[in-house]
Design a protein around this ligand. Structure first.
Ligand SMILES: Cc1cc2nc3c(=O)[nH]c(=O)nc-3n(C[C@H](O)[C@H](O)[C@H](O)COP(=O)(O)OP(=O)(O)OC[C@H]3O[C@@H](n4cnc5c(N)ncnc54)[C@H](O)[C@@H]3O)c2cc1C
Length: 461
């Protein structure tokens, strides 16, 4: 970047929240810049979650989170199919494994109703096992939440960022904001390659949103990373559950869930342990032992299947129970921090909230006309993938040439990912855009070819 850049709005952090905000603002006649400390968008907490599109039935009634998850669900469930983000309304079953847990059902139903969600219903034990015959023995009853869904956590922030960039937003990667200064009616942000002047500053820095908030002159909250460890089972185990199997929450945790993924795997987790290091995304022996023990109880048959991957996500938990979402008109600053456990679901609503807040604070928003969203390549197992699409292969044989056999990723998809509006820049970025090397062999077979393609096609960017 050149020594000093100017923009109207600077969004710091390109997780799902920052990308959604940048997209929302880029619909207007504004010079918008999105900066990200890492090498890619959506590569921190937003890539390591349980990938559920929540209805918000269990949120704390009256909270901002409850309102925005509900609105986010409406917006994202409608937006996703339009742009090719895989999502499936598979429904959730909240299972009681003891009589004590069963007694909590009326309160859970009451909370759902208070949140405006009335489709929740109680199922008998017989009906539960009819729907999920592979569930472990001993379930005492269940609540059905028919609208809960599964979504692709990788495509979502990418789709938002792709729209923003194609609508004129400047995206700077490997660009951590290391200092902030208020100079008259502007912010001056310090970046590795120079300084960036902005009239408005939006903090969407996830785990580091407290640090950025302090750089902006506040002292309002502290982020304590809450580690969640998860296990992904092989696609051969894919038929083991057809709903999201939820636990009855305790005062400290939502418990371990078992869910199908849009990629055809089964996922189990997460744990919930507060830690100190915001970069500690390593898995632990105790965490995985705990998830395995819960798996053995909930869906014992999964133990016969291979584990494809384990991963860890860190929730941006704070001392407050709600989102840290504020707009400070006098200082041209908005904070969208501490978005702990539901940010994927609420992302579009958070963006809408920030946009309304900025408009209320005096930012002139003139909508651009004729903007079209970018169409994303489908990664979902239940939708048409290029290797099954005869017409597409006939038109371009690169879609018939498989490079990653575990995930059936073709040369055409890899080429497209390297030339997209927000292109893959390395193997990790390619994984999230195509699933190459994300299958059961984790790249053992295709790594050499993928690396060669990155060199060969990436160099032509
Ligand atoms: C285990 C787990 C399970 C979850 N399950 C779900 C779920 O099923 N459904 C759901 O809706 N939500 C879920 N969540 C929550 C969801 O993942 C988060 O709320 C969401 O990803 C937060 O997005 P974000 O953009 O705020 O943060 P992030 O994705 O962390 O993005 C913040 C970005 O800011 C960047 N950044 C930080 N500091 C700076 C700086 N100084 N300069 C430039 N860039 C900076 C970071 O590099 C990062 O990329 C889960 C979370 C976890 C951990």
């Amino acid at each position: 970047m050149s020594a000093e850049l100017d923009c109207d709005v600077l969004v710091v952090g390109a997780g799902v929240v920052g990308c959604a905000i940048a997209r929302e603002l880029s619909r207007h006649r504004l010079r918008c810049t999105l900066v990200e400390a890492r090498a890619d968008v959506g590569s921190a907490t937003s890539k390591a979650n349980t990938a559920l599109l929540h209805t918000g039935f269990d949120a704390k009634p009256g909270s901002l989170e409850a309102r925005l998850v509900r609105r986010g669900y409406e917006l994202l469930s409608e937006h996703a199919p339009r742009v090719g983000i895989p999502w499936e309304r598979v429904g959730a079953l909240l299972v009681a494994w003891s009589d004590e847990q069963l007694t909590q059902f009326p309160a859970i139903i009451e909370r759902a109703h208070a949140n405006g969600y009335t489709a929740i219903q109680e199922l008998s034990v017989g009906e539960l096992y009819r729907r999920e015959p592979r569930l472990g023995i001993g379930a005492r009853g269940a609540l059905l939440v028919p609208d809960e869904g599964i979504i692709c956590p990788f495509t979502t922030p990418l789709a938002f960022a792709s729209d923003a960039v194609s609508w004129g937003c400047r995206l700077l990667l490997d660009a951590p904001v290391t200092g902030l200064e208020r100079a008259g009616d502007h912010w001056v942000a310090q970046l590795p390659g120079g300084r960036l002047r902005a009239s408005w500053l939006i903090n969407a820095a996830g785990l580091r949103s407290d640090e950025l908030d302090r750089l902006a002159g506040h002292d309002r909250f502290t982020v304590t990373p809450r580690r969640g460890e998860l296990i992904v089972y092989d696609k051969l185990a894919g038929g083991h559950v057809s709903h999201i199997i939820l636990a009855v929450p305790t005062s400290t945790s939502k418990g371990v869930l078992v869910a199908p993924t849009v990629f055809g795997n089964v996922m189990v987790g997460p744990t919930a342990v507060d830690i100190e290091d915001k970069d500690d995304t390593g898995s632990t022996h105790e965490g995985l032992e705990y998830v395995l023990a819960e798996t053995a109880k909930i869906v014992p048959g999964l133990a016969d299947y291979e584990v494809t991957a384990v991963y860890v996500g860190l929730r941006a938990a704070t001392e407050h129970s709600d989102y840290q979402l504020t707009v400070d008109a006098a200082n041209g600053y908005a904070c969208a921090g501490g978005i702990r456990s539901t940010g994927l679901s609420a992302s579009l609503a958070i963006a809408e909230y920030v946009r309304e807040g900025l408009a209320g604070a005096g930012l002139t928003l003139e909508q651009r006309q004729g903007l079209q969203p970018v169409s994303m390549p489908n990664l979902g197992e239940r939708f048409c993938r290029p290797y099954t699409d005869g017409e597409r292969i006939a038109a371009d044989p690169a879609y018939g040439e498989i490079v990653c056999f575990c995930e059936r990723v073709t040369l055409g998809e890899i080429r497209d990912a390297l030339r997209a509006p927000v292109p893959a820049r390395d193997a990790d970025g390619l994984r999230r855009r195509t699933r190459a090397q994300m299958g059961r062999c984790q790249g053992f077979y295709c790594n050499a070819r993928v690396t060669a393609l990155l060199d060969e096609l990436g160099a032509k960017l």
